[in-house]
Design a protein around this ligand. Structure first.
Ligand SMILES: [Zn+2]
Ligand SMILES: [Zn+2]
Length: 331
């Protein structure tokens, strides 16, 4: 089994999980071109990806999603709430409800017929109204509005920024399989619609790898989920002092520090010290803030926490980067 972190941080996240002949991309938070470039750098063939799995809808996790999925023609796995939020994000001007939007997409093929029918009705109305100039005048704005809607709708349907080759829904707490990999999604506390972390289990090899970034703190369900993992990608986002003294506006500092923000070096270390069972061969620290953290500080905090526990001797800590992919971690 193999974990390859292509990028990690607030400018983009993506990780490949591979086992047997199955390849899953977790998040697609960089441009399609950049994702493909980084996969080539580490010897992963994009054409071999079986699916894309999304943790949450923040841009640093979905920036290249639609283009990549369409290009590779592979399914995208979301929770329904995350998919809904992503669609809303891509179509911010729409006032349609999600249900209405789904209906609209399903009726896309019927749209032209309906429009023709509507046009025919308008012609009839006009012809009936010609006797009365007031009604004719009243009919004109309506005809104008319809024309405007058609103009707006046509390119929107044509482009459909939220179109994906296939969408699959999962729910936190309910495991499912993609090829040879069992996926166990768990809820994480973060300010997104329905954010999840994942534990991946290669059945044939009895190896488990986990991805847990973008979480404000480590709640009991996450502690439970991360037991017995062999490779753990865990957030170590910021140094508390650097964040407090740093350039972010107060509101952003509050958001990062909150229980639905990001995990500090100290909180990451606290988990490693008190709750982590020590079973991981490799701990990857990820989603490091470029403004409010230093790799040395993140590493020091984690290593001190692990170093304090005899059972954890032999584990290694590595740091995921924003600018370049990590060497594949193979077990
Ligand atoms: Zn993020
Ligand atoms: Zn996020």
């Amino acid at each position: 089994m193999r974990m390859t972190v292509l990028a990690s941080g607030s400018k983009g996240n993506a990780t490949v999980i591979a086992a047997g002949s199955t390849r899953i991309l977790v998040d697609a938070g960089m441009s399609c071109r950049e994702l493909m470039k980084r996969m080539a750098q580490v010897g992963e063939d994009p054409e071999e990806l079986d699916a894309i799995l999304i943790t949450h809808e923040h841009l640093d996790h979905v920036a290249g999603l639609s283009v990549l999925a369409r290009r590779l023609k592979i399914p995208v796995f979301f929770t329904e709430s995350t998919h809904r939020a992503w669609v809303r994000m891509l179509t911010p001007r729409t006032t349609m409800s999600y249900a209405r939007w789904l209906e609209t997409v399903q009726r896309e093929k019927e749209a032209r017929t309906e429009q023709s029918a509507a046009a025919a009705v308008l012609v009839e109305t006009d012809s009936l109204a010609t006797d009365d100039p007031l009604e004719t005048e009243a009919a004109e704005p309506e005809a104008g509005m319809d024309a405007a809607c058609l103009d707006v709708a046509a390119p929107k349907v044509k482009a459909d920024p939220a179109f994906l080759p296939a969408v699959e829904y999962f729910r936190a707490g309910h495991g499912f399989s993609i090829g040879e990999i069992d996926v166990n999604p768990f809820t994480i506390p973060h300010d997104a619609a329905d954010p999840c972390g994942f534990v991946f289990h290669a059945r044939s090899e009895s190896i488990r790898m986990a991805v847990a970034t973008d979480l404000g703190y480590v709640p009991p369900n996450v502690k439970m989920a991360l037991r017995g993992v062999d490779v753990l990608l865990l957030e170590s986002n910021h140094d508390l002092e650097m964040l407090k003294d740093g350039p972010y506006p107060w509101s952003v500092k509050q958001r990062v520090l909150s229980r639905v923000g990001h995990l500090s070096n100290a909180a990451c270390a606290e988990f490693l010290l008190r709750d982590y069972d020590g079973s991981a061969h490799t701990i990857v620290l990820g989603h490091l803030s470029e403004q409010n953290n230093l790799p040395e500080l993140a590493r020091l905090a984690a290593e001190q926490a692990i170093g304090g526990r005899m059972t954890l001797l032999g584990n290694r800590v590595i740091l995921a980067a924003q600018d370049s992919p990590l060497e594949p971690i193979c077990l």
